[in-house]
Design a protein around this ligand. Structure first.
Ligand SMILES: *Cc1c(COP(=O)(O)O)cnc(C)c1O
Length: 429
């Protein structure tokens, strides 16, 4: 399997190179040249198949010999060391709970896979992984790479601009994880990382790699839990619809890959917050990227979603074609808060703000269609306890793996917001 750049200017590469390079030299994203369909025998056995086995069948053609069968299977067993239950929230409505991993958000699946692949592909070579974060990515990546041999992770985050809880998740690990507290905003962090990759001296002196969400190895494994969710449905007599809370569109793109490989999902609901550039594109065909505005579902505050290029590849750049598979909705913070309170009072189920947006999208769709609906619960509600507790008027139990980091001392280094500050740090340590 070859991977081509969505900008079509750089040559195609192998899976290993696509993972190691993360982004193509022409700044496009790598995309597989074909999407193999899974055989009928796979779907016959799907009910009860564990995620690592689903992942093995799904990923094998994409990995294409870069790992042995045994390596791939064991890697996936290691990645899926936590449960991904499907929980009934209402009639024909199910939450796919993707928050039972180490950092309580769905990004654990992609980050853990990428970490393990990079460690195989760069074996024996000391590699420094740079990641800029506005919150959740930093913790998923830091935990994914924690104690991996030969890899150092450097997390850049904007000082005073991530929640205390998020900050504690990636600043208390130590060992091979270093947190840099940048005197600037998230855009500065991202710019510094990009500049480091473009710096010839750094490139000569060290192996740099990136763990940002555009890496194909973070995207592909996310397709696995869509199959796993379908396999867990007991009653498949009605059409199945999946609602995805969208930000950079990685999760949605993975679901669409699963559908293209044969997963019998009727359509996807793209549920957004006020940052609705993608929803607007599907409605009008006009794509107008703009600076993001802050919302309570902040992991979805994206004004120029990076995976749009991959979605456009999937649908031959036709928004009308995409509309056949994707139904757009978006919601305000007020609606999101309201539904958190309402669902809690009716069912005792606690939604986080991102899952709540997905729930709203699914409910809007189901008002007009008789289907079985699944929505993705992408984060544990405890990660957003100030908002959630206010709406449900209850204290939320904070899971132990989160609460224990709260008592550990923060270890971070403050640095300025210039590329030179990062370069000096990388060269001098
Ligand atoms: C990252 C994130 C999202 C958005 O996912 P994308 O793949 O960027 O569209 C939604 N919910 C949570 C909790 C996230 O961390």
């Amino acid at each position: 399997m070859k991977y081509y750049s969505t900008n079509h200017q750089s040559p195609g590469v192998s899976f290993k190179d696509a993972v190691l390079k993360s982004m193509a030299p022409d700044k496009g994203l790598y995309f597989p040249e074909n999407i193999p369909a899974l055989p009928d025998t796979f779907f016959k056995k799907l009910s009860g198949m564990p995620p690592e086995e689903i992942g093995f069948h799904f990923l094998k053609p994409y990995v294409d010999g870069a790992l042995s069968d045994k390596q791939l299977y064991e890697l996936l067993e290691d990645v899926f060391s936590f449960d991904i239950p499907l929980s009934e929230v209402g009639p024909d409505k199910y939450a796919l709970e993707l928050f039972h991993g180490p950092t309580l958000a769905f990004k654990d699946v992609g980050a853990r896979t990428l970490a393990r692949l990079l460690s195989v592909f760069s074996a024996g070579t000391k590699t420094t992984v740079l990641v800029a974060t506005s919150g959740d990515t930093g913790s998923a990546v830091a935990h994914g790479f924690f104690e991996m041999p030969d890899t150092d992770v450097v997390v850049l985050y904007p000082k005073n601009k991530v929640s205390k809880l998020q900050e504690k998740q990636f600043t208390t690990l130590g060992k091979n994880i270093t947190a840099l507290e940048v005197d600037g905003n998230f855009d500065d962090c991202q710019r510094m990382v990009k500049a480091a990759f473009a710096d010839e001296e750094l490139q000569k002196r060290m192996h740099l790699s990136s763990a940002n969400s555009i890496n194909i190895a973070r995207l592909l494994p996310q397709a696995i839990y869509y199959f796993y969710a379908y396999g867990q449905l007991k009653n498949k007599s009605k059409p199945v619809v999946v609602s995805v809370p969208t930000g950079n569109l990685g999760n949605l793109a993975a679901g669409l890959l699963a559908k293209r490989s044969g997963l019998p999902v009727d359509c996807f609901v793209a549920s957004g917050n006020r940052n609705n550039v993608f929803q607007e594109y599907l409605e009008t065909g006009n794509y107008t990227p703009r600076p993001s505005v802050p919302t309570i579902s902040n992991a979805m505050d994206v004004g120029n979603p990076s995976n749009l290029a991959r979605l456009q590849e999937l649908y031959g750049h036709s928004f009308q074609a995409a509309r056949k598979d994707i139904v757009p909705f978006h919601f305000s913070d007020e609606e999101t808060r309201h539904v958190i309170a309402q669902v809690y009072h009716e069912t005792k189920y606690i939604l986080d703000p991102h899952g709540a947006v997905a729930f709203l999208g699914l409910s809007a769709y189901m008002e007009k269609h008789d289907v079985t609906g699944i929505f993705l619960e992408t984060a544990h509600p405890a990660k957003f306890y100030p908002v959630v507790e206010e709406e449900i008027q209850q204290k939320i139990a904070i899971p132990q793996r989160l609460s224990k980091t709260l008592h550990l001392p923060k270890q971070s280094l403050e640095i300025g917001h210039h590329t030179e500050d990062l370069k000096r740090f990388l060269l001098e340590r």
